[in-house]
Design a protein around this ligand. Structure first.
Ligand SMILES: Cc1cc2nc3c(=O)[nH]c(=O)nc-3n(C[C@H](O)[C@H](O)[C@H](O)COP(=O)(O)OP(=O)(O)OC[C@H]3O[C@@H](n4cnc5c(N)ncnc54)[C@H](O)[C@@H]3O)c2cc1C
Ligand code: HEM
Length: 403
């Protein structure tokens, strides 16, 4: 593949990505009307993901991990009912959108390079899907809801029982779909290490105005069925025995950290480590009882709870965490497991690097880029039809002091 030419055209298209995404889906659904029914009704939150995936591809062309990434993506695309014929349809629309957005940069050579590149990407994805069929994996796992508990207004703790064996590792996440919001899939961390009875827990925090989290917290009932995709994620245990480690969990970031601690309590109860549990306010510290149990099971675990002071904005919890991290010692020796909202992850990972941790030993999930190209309306007509929301639009999402 001519990597330089691919990057050059992509840089031009990326500048007009909002147009390209709109063109792509219009072209795809106009030429293949049946495909619209495979996508969620409201595509606004995620419609740029295919571009995010392509960004990943063109920026990782030389890396050996690319084939694995695309294989896993193809495996995962079985849940969207993607077939080889549909890959051709997507390819035709993607190239049409690129030609439209690239203008003069869409030369004969560029078209040839992109046709080859898309062919390779699609082949690797289809190979991943074929391998998963050969291994006897289902396209998704049906799982019955056996417990649904609310913790305050904003949080639900779910226990699910998959109907077929569902293999996963402590710390991984799963993509979930509910018939209440058909074809919408969102990612949630598995909150326990694998259990003999096969049940698994999820902790869901309600995002006001969201599609999935209000469904899972408010509408879902015991006895209903959810769909689960293949588990994924990079937050699995990988510290050699005897090496100290630090766990940092904010909000529902407690879910994967809880799973890792459950595994560690069984496999290595003599470990030396520290645990920071962060919540926006005291009443959101829903993991405290569990964390206390881990303190007893792992005597070498030093536990600290951090929240914002009453009536202070939630950012204060992060500031307090940073102070506590600075007061802790011996960072270069520690492996760090980090989970929480995206902004929190970035800020804390930077701080940890300043404190001397090895960036390769700070483990957290890499977050899919969402909303990068779709936050701004792309044309004047879109501005008029759907004016952009001001970022303080939802007063309930803000802490009392900020109102
Ligand atoms: C690796 C990974 C693990 C995750 N684990 C968990 C978990 O264990 N528990 C959990 O509750 N969530 C978890 N999430 C977040 C979850 O996947 C959804 O993004 C979240 O539930 C919102 O989905 P939604 O459909 O309700 O909102 P959407 O319909 O996707 O979004 C609606 C609007 O809200 C905005 N928005 C989305 N998320 C947030 C947010 N967190 N805060 C403020 N605004 C937001 C969007 O930009 C959009 O404008 C995880 C995400 C990732 C990537
Ligand atoms: C090389 C081709 C493709 C690439 C790179 C690609 C990439 C992606 C990525 C990265 C996502 C987000 C995944 C997630 O959030 O879990 C996605 C979502 C999706 N893809 Fe693909 N995809 C390709 C082909 C296809 C095909 C052929 C179909 C046909 C059915 C398809 C259907 C979907 C659907 C339905 C979604 C969900 C969209 C949403 O939630 O709004 N994709 N794709």
């Amino acid at each position: 593949m001519d990597a330089q030419l691919l990057r050059h055209t992509f840089a031009v298209v990326e500048r007009r990505a909002e147009h390209a995404v709109t063109f792509f889906y219009s072209h795809l659904f106009w030429n293949n009307p049946g495909m619209r029914a495979l996508f969620p009704e409201d595509m606004a939150p995620q419609r740029d993901r295919i571009f995010a995936a392509l960004t990943h591809v063109v920026t990782h062309l030389d890396e050996p991990g690319l084939a694995d990434y695309l294989g896993a993506l193809g495996r995962d695309h079985r849940k969207f009912l993607a077939t080889p014929a549909l890959y051709s349809a997507v390819g035709a629309s993607l190239l049409a959108a690129f030609a439209h957005a690239a203008g003069a940069a869409w030369t004969v050579a560029a078209e040839k390079a992109w046709t080859e590149a898309y062919g390779l990407v699609a082949d690797l994805m289809k190979a991943g899907a074929e391998a998963s069929v050969a291994e006897g994996q289902p396209a998704w796992w049906d799982a019955d809801v056996v417990r649904h508990e609310r913790f305050g207004e904003d949080l639900a703790l779910l226990t699910l029982r998959p109907r077929q064996p569902y293999p996963y590792l402590a710390g991984q996440y799963v993509s979930v779909s509910s018939l209440h919001v058909p074809r919408v899939w969102r990612t949630y961390s598995l909150a326990n290490a694998p259990r003999p009875d096969g049940t698994l827990d999820l902790h869901v925090s309600r995002v006001l105005g969201g599609l999935m989290s209000p469904t899972l917290t408010e509408r879902l009932r015991v006895g209903e069925t959810l769909r689960l995709s293949t588990p994924g994620g990079a937050l699995t245990a990988r510290t050699p025995p005897g090496k100290p480690r630090t766990y940092i969990a904010a909000g529902t970031g407690w879910a994967p950290v809880r799973a890792l601690l459950e595994e560690a309590a069984a496999d290595e109860p003599a470990l030396e480590g520290r645990l920071f549990v962060v919540a926006r306010a005291k009443e959101y510290l829903y993991g405290k009882a569990d964390a206390e149990r881990f303190r007893e099971l792992i005597p070498g675990l030093h536990v600290t709870y951090i929240t914002a002071a009453p009536l202070r904005p939630r950012d204060q919890a992060t500031e307090r965490l940073v102070q506590a991290l600075r007061a802790s010692v011996n960072w270069p020796a520690h492996d760090v497991y980090l989970a929480g909202p995206p902004g929190f992850l970035t800020e804390v990972a930077e701080e940890l690097e300043d404190l001397g941790t090895d960036p390769c030993r700070v483990f957290h999930d890499t977050l899919p880029a969402v909303g990068r190209f779709t936050t701004r309306p792309s044309t004047r007509a879109e501005w008029l039809i759907e004016p952009p929301q001001l970022h303080w639009h939802n007063p309930e999402a803000r802490a009392p002091r900020e109102r």
